[in-house]
Design a protein around this ligand. Structure first.
Ligand SMILES: Cc1cc2nc3c(=O)[nH]c(=O)nc-3n(C[C@H](O)[C@H](O)[C@H](O)COP(=O)(O)OP(=O)(O)OC[C@H]3O[C@@H](n4cnc5c(N)ncnc54)[C@H](O)[C@@H]3O)c2cc1C
Length: 701
């Protein structure tokens, strides 16, 4: 006989919003893995061989993650209600219509985790010869209102009533435990096809008819349908004995992926072989983490909009949001001499006073600056004296926190386009033109902030270990040993590793890195970043998406307005502004405490006339250590040496901090896919000498 379990996973998960705006409850991450993983692991351990998922709301995410279930040793099928949710009984009827139900089967909910013996439950059901069985727990109103009268002697549920209307309610001491068993026949007989209906009335009726068997559970259950429930479940997971530490060369997964930002998740989602992502934070996402607090939603490490020159990549990114998407149009300004000038500055000349307008236009056209050798000279050569001195030079020196003549210029080509002269003339005389058109329209998650994007990718990844602070990476005879700094005994062994963590961290944790390489990595300059987010109890902020502030006297270089990225980021009647400030360890600003940074930002906003102190109802200061890659003259050579060293070891580097390149989310995804494809080829044909080995799998090269 087939040992089957049906999982009802079609619900909307309203109590877990906004996370469930983008994924069904089954996919909610619990200790770094989708919840469904634990359910399936448990079912397989309980001797279940076949699982039917009744899916509906965002069900594809489950389908994509679980697939045919072979990863858990299960055979999995799907019954899809689409958008027309049929209720718990209606979903079973649809599964029956789809020919998926065994003669008898267990049913549990997509958000519950149980501590019960399924073989014992099944044995009791078969012995009872009744058409249905309900597991019950003595509750005495502790978890929720008791709703069952259970007669232990006869093993029967005498009354099941959720409504509380039965006069015998006072005698109820038990509660429905969340797993039942049914015969296919009882569903065929009592549940109408094509109509929405729930199991509760059917179970109520069977209890009144004396045809509902019972089975008493003794341990509490967990459900992840509410934030408290998820918290309890994660505590439970933590309390479980850990797998013994690995001191021998035990191979758990073929590939270890260091870091669970967008790049790491992308690699894991595209590898054909087993892999595991190790992430130090309490959740994946890295630079793309968002804050959802007091009704406000914003990106923790600075505003992140989705755009790409590559339409295919952009389409893929949007698809990861599964409909949770808002399309916006840029409305950026440059704040110059108390005016808001259209962005990019060269397309906004008409907003300047006539003298400034003339100087920008004249020097743009009459420009005999020689071929540039550094970034400063490049600005003069490309844009002329007016545009450079009024905006480009002060703004860039502010954001890069370094003199522009100390920066190389190989990174600007392609990133900062030279506008056609016609456009600059048109802009000066007041004809509308647009620059940086690949960013003119952008996408952003409607709810949940940019973190919804890595969440969408994480939903495709089976093994994510969060809270794993990698402190040691060591080459062994047959692979790699990776150790956890938070828990000295926790070690993993992999055949190959991909690193997406910052190069500066790698140089310290990989065993045996020579001093010369450490020096090269040290020479690679990066900027750190403060993001200061301020919520106002009014809607007085302008409807700009961002404001660039070149004035060196103002601490921040950019302001952005999360409410413009998605209307759901800000509660009605309120508004939100985020300031970004570049700083570096040792420069004095980085050493300021959060209160002082906040004070300076508020003063700057007041001076610009944007904020009244009395309107502020929320504030938060966040530090990001590895913000921007600074390309000075040492950059190319130092980077090449460091990358060659890690390539020689056989470590693939992928992502912004790991490759130490100024790349955006779209490129992190592209490079992640590329690394995964290379490793897939290598792993599929280990003996083929013509394929690049993992040591040649440096992304983007
Ligand atoms: C201010 C700012 C604004 C940006 N705006 C945009 C934008 O508008 N659009 C856009 O497309 N891109 C934008 N980006 C770029 C984008 O954030 C990055 O390209 C992308 O998020 C990088 O992903 P990643 O996986 O390479 O790195 P990360 O996100 O940094 O991931 C690395 C992961 O490794 C983990 N880690 C580090 N050390 C360890 C360790 N020892 N053990 C375990 N785990 C570790 C980290 O916690 C992190 O999760 C912006 C970046 C910044 C800084």
């Amino acid at each position: 006989m087939q040992n089957q379990c049906v999982i009802l996973a079609g619900g909307l998960g309203t109590r877990m919003r906004p996370v469930t705006q983008t994924m069904p409850k089954s996919m909610l991450p619990a200790a770094g893995k989708p919840f469904v993983h634990y359910q399936l692991e448990w079912l397989a351990a309980q001797g279940v061989s076949s699982v039917v998922f009744c899916i509906g709301y965002r069900g594809n995410a489950i389908r994509e993650f679980v697939g045919d279930g072979h990863a858990w040793g299960l055979s999995v099928a799907y019954s899809d209600e689409g958008n027309q949710l049929l209720g718990t009984a209606g979903a079973l009827r649809l599964a029956l219509e789809n020919g998926l139900l065994a003669e008898t089967f267990a049913v549990l909910y997509g958000d519950s985790f149980l501590n019960i013996s399924l073989p014992a439950l099944r044995a009791r059901f078969e012995e009872s010869a009744m058409p249905a069985l309900m597991a019950v727990l003595r509750n005495d109103n502790q978890w929720d209102h008791s709703n069952v009268i259970y007669e232990g002697d006869s093993g029967r549920v005498v009354l099941y009533d959720k409504t509380g209307r039965d006069p015998r309610s006072g005698w109820m001491h038990y509660i429905d435990y969340g797993v039942s068993m049914f015969t296919r026949a009882v569903i065929a007989r009592h549940v109408p096809a094509g109509e929405a209906s729930d199991l509760a009335p059917l179970l109520h009726r069977l209890s009144l008819e004396g045809r509902l068997a019972g089975f008493e559970a003794t341990e509490r259950f967990y459900e992840v349908g509410s934030p408290q429930g998820m918290h309890d479940f994660e505590q439970y997971l933590q309390s479980q004995p850990q797998a013994p530490a690995v001191h021998t060369a035990r191979r758990e997964h073929v590939t270890g992926i260091l870091g669970g930002g967008l790049a790491g998740l992308t690699v894991a989602a595209h590898l054909n072989t087993e892999s595991e992502v190790l992430e130090s934070s309490d959740r994946p996402g890295g630079h793309c983490q968002s804050v959802v607090e007091e009704g406000f939603t914003y990106d923790a490490g600075g505003p992140h909009i989705m755009f790409s020159r590559n339409q295919q990549t952009l389409d893929f990114m949007v698809s990861l949001l599964g409909g949770n998407v808002y399309k916006g149009r840029r409305n950026n300004k440059v704040y110059y001499k108390d005016r808001y000038v259209k962005y990019p500055f060269e397309n906004g000349l008409f907003d300047l006073d006539p003298q400034d307008r003339f100087e920008c236009l004249y020097h743009y056209i009459k420009n005999d600056h020689p071929t540039p050798k550094n970034f400063k000279e490049w600005m003069y050569h490309t844009f002329g004296t007016g545009l450079t001195e009024k905006y480009l030079l002060p703004y860039n020196e502010k954001i890069w926190n370094v003199a522009a003549d100390q920066m190389s210029l190989d990174w600007v080509e392609g990133r900062v386009p030279r506008p056609p002269v016609e456009d600059v003339i048109k802009a000066a005389v007041g004809v509308n033109t647009e620059g940086y058109t690949h960013q003119l329209h952008f996408f952003y998650p409607e709810r949940g902030g940019i973190e919804a994007l890595p969440q969408g990718m994480a939903a495709r990844v089976k093994n994510i270990q969060t809270g794993f602070e990698i402190s040691r990476v060591q080459k062994t005879n047959d692979g790699w040993l990776v150790g956890n700094g938070n828990n000295g005994n926790d070690e993993r062994h992999y055949e190959q590793i991909v690193s997406t963590i910052p190069l500066h961290e790698m140089a310290n944790i990989v065993e045996g890195v020579p001093q010369e390489i450490k020096q090269c990595v040290k020479a690679l300059r990066y900027n750190s970043l403060f993001t200061v987010t301020i919520g106002l109890a009014s809607e007085k902020l302008p409807d700009y998406s961002a404001i660039y502030v070149p004035d060196p006297k103002v601490p921040f270089h950019r302001l952005s307005f999360p409410g413009l990225f998605s209307p759901h980021n800000v509660p009605q009647g309120q508004s939100l502004v985020q300031a970004e400030i570049t700083a570096n360890e040792g420069d004095g600003f980085w050493e300021l405490d959060a209160a002082e940074v906040l004070r300076r930002v508020i003063s700057g906003l007041e001076d610009m006339g944007l904020v009244k102190r009395s309107d502020i109802c929320y504030s938060k200061v966040i530090r990001t250590k590895y913000g921007y890659v600074v390309q000075d003259f040492a950059y190319r050579q130092s980077l090449e040496k460091a990358k060659n060293y890690f390539a020689g070891l056989g470590i693939s580097l992928c992502g912004r901090g790991a490759e130490f390149e100024y790349i955006n989310m779209d490129q992190c995804i592209e490079r992640g896919i590329k690394v995964a494809n290379t490793l897939n080829q290598v792993n599929a044909n280990p003996a083929n000498p013509n394929l690049p080995g993992p040591e040649l799998a440096l992304a983007g090269h």
